[in-house]
Design a binder for this molecule. Sequence first.
Ligand SMILES: Nc1ncnc2c1ncn2[C@@H]1O[C@H](COP(=O)(O)OP(=O)(O)OP(=O)(O)O)[C@@H](O)[C@H]1O
Length: 614
Amino acid sequence: MTGELLRRAAAAWELVWRAGAPATLTSFALAVTAGIWPVTTAWLTKFLLDELARGTLDTGKVIGLAVGLGLTGLLVGTLPQVSQYVDAQLGRAVNVRARDRLFTAVNRFTGLAPFESPHFHDRLQLAQQASQSASSQIVIPMLRCVQGTVTAAGFVATLIVLSPVVTALVLVAVVPLVVAQFSLSRRHAQLVWTINPNIRRQLFYAGLLTDVSTAKEVRLFGLGSFLRQRLLTELRSTNDAERALDRRTLAVQGLLSLLGAMVTAFGLIWAVTGAVSGHLSVGDVAVSIAAVAGLQAAFGALVGHVAGIFQALLLFGHYLAVVRAQPDLPVPPDPEPVPDLGRCIEFDDVWFRYDESHPWVLRGVNLKIPAGRSVALVGLNGAGKSTLVKLLCRFYDPQRGAIRWDGVDLRDFDPADLRRRISAVFQDYVAYELTAGENIAVGDLRALTDQERIRRAASHAGVDEVVSRLPQGYDTMLSRIFVDHAHDDPATGVLLSGGQWQRIALARAYLRDRRDLLILDEPSSGLDAEAEHALHEALRRHRTGRTSLLISHRLSAVLDADQIVVLNEGRIIQQGTHAQLMDVGGEYARLFTLQAAAYRRDRAGEPDASLSRP
Ligand SMILES: Nc1ncnc2c1ncn2[C@@H]1O[C@H](COP(=O)(O)OP(=O)(O)OP(=O)(O)O)[C@@H](O)[C@H]1O
């Protein structure tokens, strides 16, 4: 454990040093200077008192000592401010560097599995806290330790000159202080880890209570006080755990203070007795009292800092675990370049489940998506359609079987390279709190400043007119959460309708033009009838000669796909063209006829009951 803690301390120093070497050196120099002054002051005071007590004044010497004391006083007044400024500068630089490394590491997770793990989220949250603390809770306290050590060494040397016995006693009294502080720090670090899930749940409930996206349901269903109660329950359980540790800390520190006071009192009695017996001068008494009290204070601060550093190092382990984590999906050291899709993408006996404790979601899927063809995937809720898409983008690897791109296993590619070949509209696309233009440009960041390309994509998705009419056109914030300082108007943000958002998401996919594969997972679920018709017409044109995979519950949208694949409980149960599948009957024909009958209900009365599942 000690070796591991030392390695973490070295990593914290490396981080801080790289963030600001000059500031670190300045901080070090200030710490050493600040460590020297208490001892210097004590000795100057001793010399001055001894001089005054002698009766025959050497004026020059007294003035010199008084000036020396004045200068140390000046240092006492200014050093803390200068240190605070330098430490704050260093803290900010470290914060930037540490967060840069942390989020670079987070971006290295190419799959989705880590983001679905509560353990990972706990660790990530602590890693974020720890990233900010590398300087303020590890390196700066270490410099304070340097300061404390310099002071303590000075006072120990002073006391040894006066009485080795008193010195030994003061040093022995430090041992329980060290043991108790380390034990408290360990408990504190454990507490932080234990209550972290409660804190995350508090944030979650607070988010539900304040987020604009949840405000509707929370109000309509009257969930406000239910969620508030849940938040308070989590908060109370956090408080209970913290209170228990606070009580223990209070008791331990009370005992330690008592011990400290006893040692100081002993030192005082010894000094006064020495002075009465003529063994010690007035100056000796002053310097020994200053040394005993100074040592107590220096050791107290030192142990406090070391215990704090110990605790911070335990937490810093979470930061290091994230920044040093291996990629979640294995990437070959020498990945194959992803070729232009010339033949097909092929699922070969693919089995997949999200976790060993979960049931299989895909069970031996064999599927061919020929290059230049459109394939539609249909099936009931939970059949595994979106999962199949996630595997196609290599967000997960199948447990058995393989997915091949022109014969090459997806596992042989760099996932980032593969994804550059794919354009997609996911079922749960993201509504970014960004401007309309940026919301489209995220589909291909090279277009961020290319207004013409953004406009074309928007026009293709049928949303150009809507965006153009917004208060600042493509520069309008699609959010009411952030104040637009540029326009000095908190009301400039606009909220779009569900269907308008869906078209923005489509525009993103269109912007990612000329990719080898287009995936559309329920792209029209929020569109009105006219928009849906227009969309499918546009998609039909867009898909011609391109490889696409379309998922839709509206079977009218998949009619003219080159191939329709029916997925049921993770297995492909039918595939063919619309005409072929209607001819043979079965699940597709049943679902299609059921939907068609619902549209004809006004003419034919209730749908045919025989079409429902037996
Ligand atoms: N991240 C996940 N972790 C665990 N199980 C999951 C996860 N995502 C989906 N599942 C499960 O996998 C199964 C298939 O889900 P999937 O989203 O692929 O179905 P789908 O066919 O796309 O459904 P829908 O038509 O409702 O969108 C479901 O039983 C679901 O509960």
